[in-house]
Design a binder for this molecule. Structure first.
Ligand code: GLN
Ligand code: ZN
Length: 767
């Protein structure tokens, strides 16, 4: 922070910077450490170098509130658990500082103990480690990471604003194996650790601290709001010298806004990208003293900001509160963005001009802050340019395809409906497919071996000709088909060998979708993903999968299942254009998939599976917004899947096990068959399907593909019997939990052999 400001003015702020490094240096270092190739010293020096580079970069751009402790070797929620010593008993932690071995064991498990659970960070694609609590949980300061990193930056001459996950969010994001344990009862025991940390930060010279409480954007019970009063009432006692910026993001605080504004903190950060409508309420209700931190640059997407429009919003707040009560920052941590657009050299200039990654976003923040403090004239050129870019983009023919728009406009009711109701279709499909009871199948992919990946890389680099690559894929397909015939599966797949990733494969072939070279975003731990960028109207220029499945069909007399990725999943796992509603974009993708479905049908493929593993994660954070989302999500799926004849069987696949609260929607998809994850919950989730009387056929995943373990025949049989208690054999499919691409052939062979044997044994015994 600049100490020499003459006037107090608006402050340029960041909430968090991506940790992984522009070249994924952190991923490499951590994985090398796990593999025993480097020691803790080398790991630490890579981490340190990244932190330094990121702090300096932010300083050079002109960010004044630069975060620290936003860095993590794995995950910031896990860091918080370590900070307060919340290490579950099974890790054998004996007190004192949580060491690296314990830290990584918590994240990944060890040969002796299972890892802690991982789940999605709100509605993002980042996964955090779920804290585990027990009754009488004792908290103690067990990691001084936040203080150490503050000091580390200070030694470089940068006085950072340390970031802590706030105590209420930390508790409410956790879970307990004891059903009745209310995590908020642990608050009193937790707060002294936070107080201790705040004191230490203050003693080390911190002037501000950022406490993230994203939970405020969710539906909260009264007792949670009371917990906020307790927590910040107490932490405020520490803070006569240390100012707290309470950070919320990912949505409108709505009924929680008043409570948040009343908390005794120095600043409140609100997300005005997701929820610009809360600005008026916030400036009206805010009391005399606190500052308002304006989250105005989208931390969840990669589009360049129209500075003009954003300045209007900022000026509204400045007019009411004065510039000295304003902080200007990203809507949330930039964790969810790739690092630097400048590293992209395959994207064309026009498209690149529309985009902004973490570094560019911080530049936008610095510019906006200058516009407030020095007047718009100071950055007139930049504002004019961003306006011009926004105008060019909005008119670009690359975004607007009149054909696509017309097609969407002409979508009619009939297109959402299969020709006949399920009961009628079912008989027709049964006659065509002629399958035994308990038909066996797989979810689509077979092992993506090193060989397959190498071949693809060689082809992409130009070292392999298209003919050579094609011949290779055909060989793989043939092997997979023979394998499936041999072990006796009933409905075959071609194996998805040509696909790198279930979204990327389709994205690469669809118009209106682009790919970055280095646009990595952390998904969990060292796993990074490069989401596609949906920038314009989406159109299919030709068949995407038909060739491969046709080849498979030429090899066998058994029925084949074509596998496609559904529109919601393509949408959900991409950066999506922000100039039209998501449902509109989803609808365009659905039409492209619908065409592919039609082509598969025309090619004589009797079964078509449309994967929607991301349907559930698209649910809005607030319950009352669920129905609207589910309505269009169902429509979009049905638009993609309903154009077929009655005798074509549509499957869908979803790999999660929480169906209780969306059962109606799942049924409304009207897929003829659904395959789901079930083995890890011991078929318990079938209860939801029974309670609801799920009307169509179902394939509860019969073994967990996430583990190399081969389930014995008896175990599969027992699971199937459980399923048969609640479903008739004619309605039940037998399949693994998910695709097999991460597994090796020997396990797949053994496991599927057992699966088929179990199905056959039951058929013999029961029918
Ligand atoms: N068809 C895909 C596969 O088998 C499904 C993957 C998924 O559900 N995530 O790999
Ligand atoms: Zn799956």
């Amino acid at each position: 922070m600049k100490e020499d400001r003459q006037y107090v003015m608006a402050i340029a702020t960041n909430l968090g910077f991506p940790r992984i490094g522009a070249k994924r240096e952190l991923k490499r270092a951590v994985e090398s450490f796990w593999a025993g190739k480097i020691g803790p010293g080398e790991l630490e020096s890579t981490a340190r170098a990244l932190r330094r580079e990121h702090w300096r970069l932010q300083q050079d751009i002109g960010i004044e509130h630069i975060p620290s402790n936003d860095f993590s070797l794995y995950d910031h929620v896990l860091d918080t658990a370590a900070m307060v010593g919340a290490v579950p008993g099974r890790f054998g932690y004996q007190g004192g500082a949580v060491n690296l071995a314990t830290y990584f064991a918590m994240a990944r498990g060890s040969d002796k103990v299972p890892a802690m659970e991982m789940t999605k960070w709100f509605d993002s694609n980042y996964h955090f480690i779920v804290p585990e609590f027990e009754a009488g949980q004792i908290f103690r300061l067990a990691s001084t990471k936040s203080i150490d990193e503050f000091k580390e930056a200070l030694a470089l001459g940068i006085r950072t604003r340390p970031v802590l996950l706030g105590p209420v969010s930390f508790l409410l994001l956790g879970k307990s194996h004891e059903d009745k344990l209310d995590p908020l009862t642990l608050l009193d025991g937790l707060l002294p650790v936070y107080e201790d940390v705040l004191y230490r930060l203050m003693d080390s010279g911190a002037q501000w601290v950022q406490m993230d409480e994203p939970i405020l954007a969710l539906d909260l019970q009264q007792d949670a709001l009371a917990a906020f009063d307790t927590a910040y009432g107490r932490l405020n006692g520490v803070t006569d010298k240390l100012k707290i910026c309470l950070a919320t993001y990912f949505g409108d605080l709505r009924e929680n806004l008043g409570a948040a504004l009343r908390l005794p903190v120095a600043a409140l950060h609100l997300d005005f990208v997701r929820a610009p409508q809360q600005l008026d309420r916030a400036v009206d209700q805010i009391s005399e003293n606190p500052m308002l931190s304006l989250g105005v640059i989208d931390g969840r997407n990669i589009w360049r900001t129209n500075l003009d429009q954003t300045l209007e919003l900022i000026e509204k707040a400045v007019d009411k509160l004065g510039p000295d009560r304003i902080l200007i920052g990203p809507s949330c941590s930039l964790l969810h963005c790739p690092i630097d657009l400048e590293l992209e050299d395959t994207l064309d200039e026009e498209l690149k001009g529309w985009m902004s990654f973490a570094r560019q976003k911080l530049e936008e923040i610095a510019m906006l802050t200058r516009a407030v403090n020095e007047g718009r004239e100071a950055v007139a050129e930049m504002i004019a340019e961003s306006r011009a870019v926004a105008e060019r983009r909005s008119r670009s023919s690359r975004i607007h395809n009149p054909q696509v728009k017309e097609r969407v406009a002409n979508v009619n009711e009939k297109m959402f409906k299969r020709k006949s109701p399920f009961r009628v279709r079912r008989e027709i499909q049964r006659a065509r497919l002629n399958l035994p009871p308990l038909p066996t199948t797989t979810i689509g992919s077979f092992p993506q071996t090193a060989e397959v990946r190498k071949a693809r890389a060689a082809f992409k680099k130009g070292n392999w000709s298209a003919e050579r690559y094609e011949a290779f894929l055909k060989e793989e397909i043939e092997k997979a088909v023979r394998f499936q015939e041999e072990i006796g599966l009933d409905v075959l797949v071609h194996g998805e060998f040509e696909r790198n990733d279930m979204v990327e494969y389709f994205g690469e072939q669809l118009e209106g979708i682009a790919f970055t070279q280095n646009g990595w975003v952390q998904s969990y731990g060292t796993r990074c993903i490069k989401p596609p960028v949906i920038y314009g109207d989406v159109r299919r220029s030709g068949p995407m999968t038909v060739r491969w499945i046709k080849y498979a069909k030429s090899l066998t007399a058994r029925p084949l299942k074509g596998i496609l990725t559904g529109p919601i999943t393509i949408l959900q796992w991409s950066f999506v254009r922000d100039d039209q509603p998501r449902r509109e974009t989803a609808c365009q993708i659905a039409l492209a998939i619908r065409d592919e479905v039609a082509d598969l049908e025309a090619a004589g493929i009797p079964v078509i599976q449309i994967d929607e593993p991301a349907l559930r994660e698209g649910l809005p954070l607030r319950r009352d917004e669920w129905p609207e989302y589910l309505e269009w999500a169902i429509d979009v799926f049905r638009l993609a899947s309903s154009g077929v004849r009655d005798d074509t069987q549509i499957h869908t696949h979803m790999c999660y096990s929480e169906f209780n609260d969306i059962m109606e929607a799942i049924a409304a998809l009207d897929a003829d068959v659904i395959s789901i994850e079930a083995s890890r919950s011991d078929m318990e989730l079938l209860d939801a399907f029974v309670r609801f009387q799920y009307p169509n056929e179902i394939g509860p995943g019969i073994y967990d593909i996430h583990s190399p373990r081969v389930p014995p025949v008896e175990e599969i049989e027992a699971l199937l019997r459980k399923a048969l208690n609640v479903f008739q054999a004619e309605w039940l499919w037998v399949n693994p939990d998910c695709g097999l691409k991460t597994r090796g052939w020997p396990e797949v062979h053994a496991a599927l052999l057992n699966m088929v044997a179990a199905a056959k044994a039951l058929r013999r015994k029961e029918f």
